[in-house]
Design a protein around this ligand. Sequence first.
Ligand code: SF4
Ligand code: SF4
Length: 139
Amino acid sequence: MPWIKQDMCTSCSLCVNECPAGAIELNADGFAEIDEAECIRCGRCHDVCPEDAVRHDGERIPQEVAENLRWVRRLLGHFQDSQEQAAFMERMVRFFNKQKKVRERTLAAITAAEDKPVAGIDAAILGLSKNRTTDSSKE
Ligand code: SF4
Ligand code: SF4
C-alpha cells in the first residue's frame, strides 16, 4: 500500500482529489495521509504527486520492524529478572508466530480466490465462520 512521506508533502491536495476511494485527507498538520482501511491500492496518488511524496509500501519494512522492536523493548522494561525476560520473549515469539499464521492463511485464501474473487472470498469467510475450531497449538 502506498504511504505518504510527510516531510516531502507540500499539501497541494492533488492526491486527495484524485483518489477514487476517498482514502486520503489532509491531517491536522496539513499533510496528506492515507486511510489504510479504505485504500484500494490503485496507485493514482503515486502517479499524480508532483513531489514524489507517495512512496511504495516496501520502503516501510525496516520502519515497521523497528516499531515492533521498540514495542518489545518497551514491554521488556516491565521485567528485571533475566528468567522473566526470557519467558516474556517466548511469549512475544508466540505472538508474532500467530500474526504470521494469520497473514499466511489470509494470503492463501486470497490466492486461492484469484479466479473468482468475490465468490472465493465469501466461501472462505463462510468456511471459517462454520469451522470456529480455534487453533490452540502453541507455535
Ligand atoms: S499530491 Fe503529493 S504533495 Fe500533494 S498533497 Fe498529495 S502527497 Fe502531498
Ligand atoms: S492507492 Fe488509490 S485508493 Fe489508495 S490512497 Fe492512493 S489513490 Fe487512493
